[in-house]
Write a protein that binds this ligand. Structure first.
Ligand code: M1P
Length: 266
């Protein structure tokens, strides 16, 4: 190896040359990783992502649906990321191309979907201790349901207050426990807390690892994943622990930038 170095007269260390030759992709969760929860991307983050994209391939993998990714990351998100995986990759986009789209309704069938929704509505109606209630308690999405005890129509201050109250009351964790018992095995469903005011409901296996199938053909040497909800029960848990990824737990968007800079831009 030493002779090889001398022969080529390389001053750069061998591992660095290798890493430059590696085919690397970094996948980023959205809320709490690229932006604050349901917030808009900052100029600083956009500049950093453009810089990073000159070195490696980048993609999003969020729990929210694609319109929310556009709201948060910009309408041109498909141009600024190589891949956009929304609803855990149940909607999968590569540039302008759609790689796949899954239907929760088709998976479950109308009868089971009705039973599930009726149960959730009944449970929510009995939650008398939730401090304030607004609208859109169940958001029906392509590949999942999103359930919120306060309602998605709440304001930002109401959302922040709910998150604090929920930590103490364990409102969402308790509801998830009840639903898991009732429908987990029987309907093959998973309930996952990804954000501040809600949780997602989707078939077992349709967690964020779902998106990885779309990268298989590309034969990446390294698939890095960055997320803030990497603990058990959080919606980044499975992909963070997958043996197909190199997982990075972050605390906020600034932390994401810091870790990436250390890895690829220093
Ligand atoms: O991306 C994380 C989560 O973001 C939103 O959560 P909340 O509104 O509770 O903060 C939702 O879109 C949720 O589906 C998603 O997992």
């Amino acid at each position: 190896l030493f002779c090889f170095y001398n022969f080529l007269d390389l001053s750069t260390p061998f591992p660095l040359i290798m890493s430059q030759n590696k085919k690397i992709i970094a996948l980023f969760d959205v809320d709490g990783t690229l932006t604050i929860a349901r917030g808009e991307v900052t100029k600083e983050m956009n500049t950093f992502l453009a810089e990073l994209r000159e070195k490696i391939v980048i993609g999003t993998v969020g729990g929210s649906d694609f319109p929310k990714q556009q709201e948060q990351l910009g309408n041109d998100v498909q141009q600024r990321f190589d891949y956009c995986f929304a609803e855990n990759g149940l909607t999968a986009l590569h540039g302008e191309e759609t790689l796949g789209s899954q239907s929760f309704r088709e998976y479950l069938g109308e009868a089971k979907l009705n039973e599930l929704i009726n149960f959730i509505l009944g449970y929510l109606s009995k939650l008398t201790d939730v401090p304030v209630k607004r609208g859109t308690f169940i958001e029906y999405r392509n590949g999942m349901l999103n359930v919120s005890p306060i309602g998605r129509a709440c304001s930002r201050p109401e959302r922040n207050d709910f998150e604090i109250w929920d930590k103490e009351s364990k409102c969402r964790a308790t509801m998830v426990g009840v639903l898991e018992k009732e429908f987990g095995e029987r309907f093959g469903l998973k309930f996952s807390i990804g954000g501040q005011i809600s949780f997602d409901v989707f078939p077992i296996g349709w967690d964020k690892t779902y998106c990885l199938q779309f990268l298989q053909e590309q034969n990446y040497d390294e698939i890095h994943f960055f997320g803030d909800k990497t603990y058990e029960g959080g919606n980044d848990y499975e992909i963070f622990h997958s043996d197909k990824t190199i997982g990075h737990a972050v605390t906020c968007p600034e932390d994401t930038i810091k870790i990436c800079r250390e890895l690829w831009l220093s």
